[in-house]
Design a protein around this ligand. Structure first.
Ligand code: ADP
Ligand code: SF4
Length: 734
């Protein structure tokens, strides 16, 4: 297929500073948790270049141990060791024709510094609002300290050049030190770096000037700038200091390209807006006008996955290049697919922020839509090329939810003969209902992508609306291998993570007790006071509460966790979850769990009703004095999002009849996804993909080992004890 001429615009080269990118696709800097694993990191970023992105940026890259982000894993440009590792990354990006960018990051006052244990510098000696619980501050910087800070950036830029980067992007977003100087919230100085707008801008101007002088004739010097923090009077606001600052910098001629964003470090969920709260290109009104103020290219992000939306944004003058972090994770091949007229094959980001959530847990980043994310090096996976099976077989997949769909698609791509069967009338399993929850419509892309791709494979037969398969039918089907992806259901008796017991007098057969499946199927929610008992902590309980509140029910969420929908802390949705609940009058009670439900009273207990001290409870016997206080909550209807229960009966029946497999010519029966153990869709899809990739292994039920990247004892370290660091104190280096 050939490219739609309307999309030609996206493939025009753009020049910024001394560099020219092959097209208008800019893979924005984003963290990944990978930098300590140089192979994983390089292969992950390089995949975007292979998929056609003109510019591929790393994640945030600390320029000095004073801005050590540990326990978060940033890239670092501290010494020669980092140059070697990042040198491998740029080499891989260059192999595929991309320009490599690195984001220079110093966030002193908001850096935990749990590895380096150094003191950081900042405009004023204030505590961090991002990590108030961590007791982190920055020391008030003297004018000499300010020079030292600039020198740190310059040395990092020299190292970036040595590592082969094409551009250095100064982070002036996420409340890093240039922003700390700019914002009155952080800048309490009365010298020439504080007070007036021009004074507060001085550090940023001097910094960009120094970098231009140091490397500007060879590398592009760009910045990622928070044009509006959308968070109140004491911060950057679009129409005043945001645009004003861009104008001021433009006059100085020291920025080769602007990558603009909104939000701040405390709420970077406004930049990485989830689809539950932000539609694609939600930042458009905030960045409007910025492009007209500067003479250099501008990048703007907005979870763009549609080439039409990209073209519209460029034609409307919003930007010159399309920035994307999450869309480039979910589908590193977006540019190539557009270029080849395969737009229907784009694996569109669903905006679930599961990628962000792993990073927020200081873990490794994975993606719901793209199970190969982070697996490019360590498992040798590729998002578009699965290879072909050396021994194709006839495979029956029972269950077409996220796990079953992905397994069927992967097996089909690898040349197996696949039979995907489900008793439901449509693909998607439980995710079909999820995609109909309030705010969750973009989640449906998880199903549509797989539906489109399954249709393109002639070797897969999708059989929907069939009678639920029995063990006998599976044995009689004629498949060589059987994969069960039969899913799970919400506990109808309130089994949950606190007591692991059913609740007294609770069953979803009662008219005033409901599960999410029943709510989705239209079971009426009785009038009056509704309680959502949530042990899940993610988005389902929220959806149930919102459905009830929108029907006018007085809604309360009861949860055992320390915060309501605690996982949303990691997806960066917590603040907006709370705002939405506040707006809708939804209240919540934390650290409580239920024991039973009678009449219209839900009996709860406070998790910490026992004594803090340990006592001699009887002569010679020690323990805690257990509390027996009960909290009684009026409740006319109870919705249970307590936990899910695997639908695994078919699996156990088949295991019981293992002796009959040989006669039925079945080599193996494997189970994947929620029927093994309920889990995030991201992990169900991963398992579907893995079993599809490893079906020929000795035991496909168990994963093959992957490459573990860590220092092996005895290898030399960089630096070594006794090595010296370059001196940053003193006069400006440039
Ligand atoms: P997962 O998240 O693990 O992919 P889901 O719960 O989303 O699981 O999907 C499981 C699917 O399996 C559902 O669509 C359900 O209709 C289907 N299913 C379960 N048991 C059978 C069976 N015995 N025969 C056919 N389909 C089944
Ligand atoms: Fe998009 Fe979700 Fe993948 Fe992140 S995890 S890139 S939000 S689909």
């Amino acid at each position: 297929m050939s490219r739609d001429p309307r999309h030609d615009l996206l493939f025009e080269p753009v020049t910024f500073g001394p560099k020219t990118t092959r097209n208008r696709f800019w893979a924005t800097s984003h963290s990944s948790g990978y930098p300590d694993r140089p192979g994983t990191h390089a292969s992950f970023r390089a995949m975007k270049a292979e998929g056609g992105w003109g510019v591929v940026n790393t994640g945030f890259c600390s320029i000095h141990p004073e801005s050590d982000e540990y326990p978060w894993t940033s890239s670092r440009l501290w010494d020669e060791g980092d140059v070697i590792n990042l040198g491998h990354l740029t080499e891989e990006i260059h192999k595929h024709g991309g320009l490599a960018g690195v984001q220079l990051w110093y966030n002193g006052m908001h850096s935990p510094r749990y590895e380096s244990r150094e003191s950081a510098r900042g405009p004023s000696g204030l505590p961090s609002n991002v990590f108030p619980e961590r007791n982190v501050y920055a020391a008030w910087a003297s004018e000499d300290d300010i020079k030292a800070l600039i020198n740190m950036y310059v040395l990092a830029a020299y190292r970036a050049e040595e590592a082969g980067f094409d551009l250095v992007e100064v982070s002036g977003g996420d409340t890093t030190v240039p922003l700390q100087f700019l914002e009155t919230r952080y800048n309490k100085r009365t010298d020439r770096y504080g007070g007036s707008f021009e004074n507060r801008a001085r550090f940023y101007v001097e910094l960009m000037t120094a970098l231009k002088k140091a490397v500007g004739d060879r590398l592009a010097v760009t910045t990622r700038f928070e044009v509006d923090t959308i968070n109140g009077d004491h911060r950057i606001k679009h129409f005043e200091e945001g645009l004003g600052f861009m104008e001021l910098m433009n006059k100085e001629g020291i920025v080769d390209l602007w990558s603009i964003k909104i939000g701040d470090y405390e709420e970077w969920g406004e930049d990485a807006g989830s689809s539950r709260f932000r539609k694609p290109n939600w930042a458009a009104p905030f960045v409007a006008g910025a492009r007209d103020l500067v003479d250099v290219p501008v990048v703007s992000n907005g979870r763009f996955t549609s080439p039409d939306d990209m073209v519209t944004a460029i034609k409307a003058g919003q930007c010159d290049l399309i920035g994307a972090a999450r869309p480039s994770i979910a589908d590193p091949f977006i540019p190539n697919k557009i270029a080849e007229g395969r737009v229907d094959e784009i694996r569109e980001c669903i905006g679930c922020n599961m990628c962000v959530s792993r990073m927020q847990q200081q873990a490794l980043m994975y993606c719901t839509q793209n199970p190969t994310t982070g697996e490019e090096y360590r498992r040798g996976w590729h998002p578009e090329e699965t290879g072909t099976s050396p021994s194709p077989s006839a495979v029956l997949v029972v269950g077409a939810g996220p796990a079953g769909m992905e397994a069927a698609l992967t097996l089909a791509r690898r040349g197996h003969e696949v039979h995907l069967r489900d008793s439901a009338e449509a693909l998607g399993g439980h995710w079909r209902a999820v995609a109909r929850y309030p705010r969750c419509s973009e989640y449906g892309r998880l199903i549509t992508y797989r539906e489109v791709m399954l249709e393109k494979h002639k070797n897969v037969s999708v059989q929907l609306g069939v009678p639920a398969m029995s063990a006998q039918e599976v044995l009689d089907y004629g498949a060589e291998k059987v994969i069960l992806a039969t899913g799970s259901h919400w506990s109808p008796v309130g089994l949950g993570p606190e007591t692991h017991e059913p609740l007294e007098n609770v069953h979803a057969d009662l008219p005033n007790v409901l599960t999410p499946e029943q709510v989705s199927a239209g079971k009426p929610i009785p009038e009056g006071k509704v309680v959502v008992l949530d042990g899940d902590g993610h988005f389902t309980g929220f959806a149930m509460a919102e459905i009830a509140a929108d029907l006018g029910r007085e809604t309360t969420i009861v949860t055992n966790t320390h915060d309501v929908f605690e996982y949303s802390k990691f997806t960066m949705e917590m603040p907006n979850n709370k705002r939405a609940m506040y707006e809708k009058g939804i209240t919540f009670l934390r650290n409580h769990w239920a024991t039973g439900y009678a009449g219209n009273v839900l009996r709860l207990f406070y998790l910490y009703r026992d004594t803090a001290g340990l006592y001699e409870t009887a002569p010679g016997q020690w323990g805690r004095r257990f509390g027996d206080d009960v909290v009684e909550l009026e409740c006319d209807a109870l919705i249970l999002t307590t936990s899910r229960v695997p639908d695994d009966s078919l699996y156990w029946e088949l295991i019981e009849r293992k002796g009959e497999w040989a006669e039925a010519e079945i080599d193996g029966v494997y189970r994947i996804g929620d029927c093994v153990q309920p889990r995030h869709a991201m992990d169900a899809i991963f398992e579907g993909h893995r079993v599809g990739m490893e079906l020929e292994s000795p035991d496909p039920q168990r994963p093959l080992p992957f490459i573990r990247e860590r220092q092996i004892w005895g290898a030399p370290t960089i630096p070594q004890l006794g090595d010296q660091r370059p001196v940053v104190e003193g006069e400006l280096l440039v």
